[in-house]
Design a protein around this ligand. Sequence first.
Ligand SMILES: CC(C)(COP(=O)(O)OP(=O)(O)OC[C@H]1O[C@@H](n2cnc3c(N)ncnc32)[C@H](O)[C@@H]1OP(=O)(O)O)[C@@H](O)C(=O)NCCC(=O)NCCS
Length: 187
Amino acid sequence: MTTGLSIRHYTGADAAVLRPLLLDVYAEVYAAELDSPFTRVERFAEGLDSWSARPGWSCVTGVSGDGQIVGYAYGAPLPPGSRWWGGLLTDVPKETVTENGTRTYALSELMVRTPWRKTGAARQLHDALLSARAEDRATLLVDQGHPRVTALYESWGWTVLGDLRPRLPDAPLFHAMLKPLIPNTSA
Ligand SMILES: CC(C)(COP(=O)(O)OP(=O)(O)OC[C@H]1O[C@@H](n2cnc3c(N)ncnc32)[C@H](O)[C@@H]1OP(=O)(O)O)[C@@H](O)C(=O)NCCC(=O)NCCS
């Protein structure tokens, strides 16, 4: 039940104003993991700043009928030669991971505050973010220690391309996932 959930769209021009809100929600959603090097708030903040400075960055937030932030999602297109695929451990044809700047939108983050889990809010944020995009496909990474999340994305039309470990200190092993995007013809 997501009646009353209001979806708001943002771009990189809004990032500085949005930043404190996004960090607060992150700290709440990931409260149990903030001691881990890969998930501490400072690291997330660095990632947020880097992602939100990318050309084409977009973000959606969900706001409940009584004005509470429910969650958010954001991402950006992969540039030519993107490092995104650098940690891919599964052999795939080179063409599969060749980027041109308009081919693939990387969904970097999706998170929903606990009271709004299993309400459809996550799906609504996901769909709102992706339906506004013009790229051919989307990609995301799911920690392989979270198989229920992989299953959730599969139920939303994503497929696992292979194993990927980002070339970053302390990075876990991820499933790299792909989803075709349907062009928005209503514009
Ligand atoms: C992922 C998320 C947006 C999905 O919201 P939702 O559609 O309402 O679905 P749920 O919260 O029920 O999650 C689906 C399943 O994944 C599990 N799950 C969700 N996040 C998880 C996490 N970070 N670690 C381990 N399991 C997780 C849930 O426990 C649930 O399992 P269940 O079906 O056995 O109950 C939400 O769970 C969330 O914000 N999680 C924390 C942030 C996160 O992990 N984001 C995904 C990054 S790829």
